[in-house]
Design a protein around this ligand. Structure first.
Ligand code: C2E
Ligand code: MG
Ligand code: MG
Length: 270
């Protein structure tokens, strides 16, 4: 236990240094239309390059950042960097592509996310609809009234809103109906066994059918196999993200991906 505590302390110190010394980077995973195969947008995923340990996964350091409060500077950095990036994309093949960032529950509890986002958009001269925020159900359920106010403020400002990892939490569509959401992302755990587990297939189909009735755009996460893509497409899922299409990559690679195949460039307008 001591060794583990020490490890965490070390990691916490290192994370502080990482934020100061800019050892953090955003990678970008494109989202695709399942009907046309065109890129419809991208998700920014945080990466930390530790000088000795190499790349550390966000699955490891986001929970630590949430516990220690470091999520506040970290989250601010992500918002700022995402807006800077969208601005940089103007005048490149990525002009007009919507970029999604992940917002964590602790970030919402400790800061005024709506204000931070609007300040960053304004500072970089970015149109609000080009930024999308992904939040989990548990974040929204933690303090429903605060979440409602925040989401309405963001929505009124023209920012796109998505619910992430849907299916892993409360999974109540009647509950999420209270929030002004644009899209719903089906969690990777349901997509994983879609092709050989009838229950997961039924759950996915039911989520898609219900979310469509509520007017939400549906995105499936973690598509790795062609059979999964086909099933989701025929069940009415709009978009997909996953290793079958592309892994998260640095901005230059995403730019090249669109430059070499301009037909992949979606209209980015829905
Ligand atoms: P998420 O937002 O649900 O992101 C999707 C995760 O699934 C990413 O992992 C992505 O690399 C991975 N993924 C995408 N397609 C596939 C696939 O086909 N197969 C498999 N096995 N995995 C796939 P990543 O980058 O490790 O991020 C993990 C989680 O960390 C994210 O889940 C998100 O909750 C959190 N995270 C990442 N960046 C940020 C950030 O900037 N802020 C906050 N608060 N959380 C972040
Ligand atoms: Mg996400
Ligand atoms: Mg997710």
């Amino acid at each position: 236990m001591n060794a583990r505590a020490l490890d965490r302390l070390e990691l916490e110190d290192a994370l502080r240094v990482a934020i100061e010394r800019q050892q953090l980077a955003l990678h970008f995973q494109p989202k695709y239309s399942l009907a046309s195969g065109a890129v419809t947008g991208a998700e920014a995923l945080l990466r930390w390059q530790h000088p000795e340990r190499g790349w550390i996964s966000p699955v490891q350091f986001i929970p630590l950042a949430e516990e220690t409060g470091l999520i506040v500077p970290l989250g601010e950095w992500v918002i700022e960097e995402a807006c800077r990036t969208i601005r940089l994309w103007q005048g490149t093949a990525l002009n007009g592509m919507r970029l999604a960032i992940n917002i964590s529950a602790e970030q919402v509890a400790r800061t005024n996310v709506a204000e931070l986002v609007m300040r960053a958009l304004w500072k970089h001269g970015v149109q609000p609809h080009l930024l999308e925020l992904e939040m989990t159900e548990s974040l929204l359920m933690r303090d429903v009234n605060t979440a409602k106010v925040m989401l309405h403020t963001l929505k009124d400002a023209g920012i796109t809103l998505a619910i992430d990892d849907f299916g892993t939490g409360y999974s109540s569509l009647s509950y999420i109906r209270q929030f002004p959401l644009d899209s719903l992302k089906i969690d990777r755990s349901f997509v994983l066994n879609l092709h050989n587990d009838a229950d997961d297939a039924a759950i996915c189909a039911a989520i898609i059918a219900m979310a469509k009735k509520l007017g939400l755009k549906i995105v499936a996460e973690g598509i790795e196999l062609e059979q999964q893509r086909q099933f989701l497409h025929s069940a009415g899922c709009d978009e997909g993200q996953g290793y079958l299409f592309a892994r998260p990559m640095p901005a230059q690679e995403l730019q090249r991906l669109i430059e070499v195949a301009p037909e992949k460039r979606g209209t980015y307008d829905d």
